[in-house]
Design a protein. Structure first.
Ligand SMILES: [Zn+2]
Length: 435
């Protein structure tokens, strides 16, 4: 690793762990990340980054810039927590289901990417190298909206390359294709009435939602196996003695192939119209976001992998190993035994399909994007589970975060210092556009 970067991490790892811990404790959900975003922006300001807040109409989105001239390298950070996934740092469930928690480890993600940006700034400064570093504070990743709104506001276009990472149960240069996702809100409007005195005068918007869901659950048999359709109610009436005149259901519909998804989304919309017809209500569909396929950059994957093999992979103490064994047992997840991954999966040349979705995919469409996964959870522990929250607050999570930050800082350095590498990365991106 570049000496300056290595030295920086020796001196500054504790501070990064503190930032991550602060965001873990704040546990602010999508669009509420006021203190989390400020924590990171203030940290970067102490390194001379200049911050522009409130991008894309989102008060918790920001962009912090350091340096000048080309190339321009972006580090993308997230910091939103998840509703209901509150959990302490214990290896057994202590959570409160009415509170948020970092069940996707975005406290690590946001702080780790900021560490990479800060370390790289110090290295460039020490060597008097030209280049611009931009940290993007990306809110509301969990609703897949933040980066898409930032893109609409013109973000990311300025970049020569974008880098990010995500905590997981393995170490891998991001050879992962996420699912494309449509997020659509179906709002039904009916007629309010007294549910006991004059129910015949009511037209229930809640009935419409329920019938729509029944219809979609029948549709499930007749879509490709790898389509995912899930929903939750946003409004479902207030009191049983009022026929609900207004109800809303939010759908996430996913597939790895945009063409398949377009077809399924159109059919789900027809089901909603059918439900409105059956119940004498009206429906309106509002597309919250329309996701994109992930564009992988083979050159960045290869280079990130090489860096991963050159940087010391975290070692775990007996105490940490024991903690994870107890955690895995208590989590009751069938594939989890508490084992922590210390290998790095080499690139295979074939994308790995990932069940989830990310708004990072939309960024990958417009700029060469590289991302890695580092081991922050025991093998088989899933994201969006209380056990993941416990890991996001643990020393194992911190080690995974620091490892990721070192890799991203080094990759950023190489993209600035090695002109030929950046050219190859751009070429690989252009090839995906032609194909
Ligand atoms: Zn996540």
């Amino acid at each position: 690793m570049e000496l300056e970067i290595s030295r920086w991490f020796k001196d500054n790892s504790d501070e990064i762990a503190e930032i991550s811990e602060r965001i873990f404790n704040l546990a602010e959900a999508a669009y509420e990340e006021h203190n989390s975003s400020k924590t990171i922006a203030d940290y970067l300001a102490s390194y001379g980054f200049k911050t522009e807040s409130g991008i894309g109409g989102m008060p918790t989105a920001f962009r912090s810039r350091w340096g000048k001239g080309k190339p321009v390298i972006g580090f993308l950070g997230e910091y939103d927590a998840l509703p209901g996934l509150n959990q302490g740092r214990e290896p057994y469930y202590t959570g409160d289901k009415s509170r948020n928690g970092h069940g996707c480890g975005h406290n690590l993600l946001g702080a780790g990417s900021a560490a990479a940006a800060a370390a790289l700034a110090r290295a460039l400064e020490a060597q008097g190298r030209q280049g611009t570093i931009v940290y993007y504070g990306c809110p509301a990743e969990e609703t897949l909206e933040g980066k898409i709104k930032m893109m609409e506001a013109g973000c990311f276009k300025e970049l020569d390359a974008a880098l990010s990472w995500h905590p997981l149960d393995c170490n891998m240069a991001g050879e992962a294709k996420y699912q494309v996702m449509d997020s659509i809100e179906f709002a039904f409007t009916g007629v309010y009435a007294h549910a006991a005195v004059e129910p015949h005068l009511g037209r229930s918007a809640l009935d419409a939602c329920e019938l729509m869901n029944v219809g979609v659950n029948y549709l499930r048999e007749h879509v490709p196996d790898d389509v995912r359709m899930h929903y939750c109610y946003l409004n479902a009436g207030e009191k049983p003695n009022i026929v609900p005149g207004y109800a809303r259901v939010l759908y996430y519909i996913r597939n790895k192939d945009r063409r398949v998804l377009d077809d399924v989304t159109a059919r789900v919309t027809k089901v909603a119209e059918g439900a409105a017809l059956m119940t004498g209500t009206e429906v309106s569909a509002r597309v919250r976001i329309r996701g994109s396929e992930t564009i992988l950059n083979n050159k960045l994957i290869q280079h990130l992998y090489e860096i991963m093999t050159q940087i010391d992979i975290p070692e775990y103490t007996d105490e940490e190993k024991e903690f994870m064994k107890v955690l895995a047992k208590n989590a009751g997840l069938p594939a989890a035994a508490g084992e922590l991954c210390r290998e790095i999966n080499p690139p295979t040349g074939k994308p790995v399909d990932i069940g989830g979705s990310t708004d990072l995919s939309s960024v990958s469409q417009i700029v060469p994007t590289g991302f890695i996964f580092t081991s922050c959870l025991p093998k088989g522990v899933s994201l969006h589970h209380w056990a993941c929250t416990a890991c996001a607050g643990s020393s194992v999570g911190n080690k995974g975060m620091l490892y990721a930050a070192k890799v991203l800082a080094q990759c950023g350095y190489d993209l600035i210092a090695d002109e030929a590498l950046l050219e190859q990365v751009k070429k690989a991106y252009l090839e995906t556009q032609e194909g």
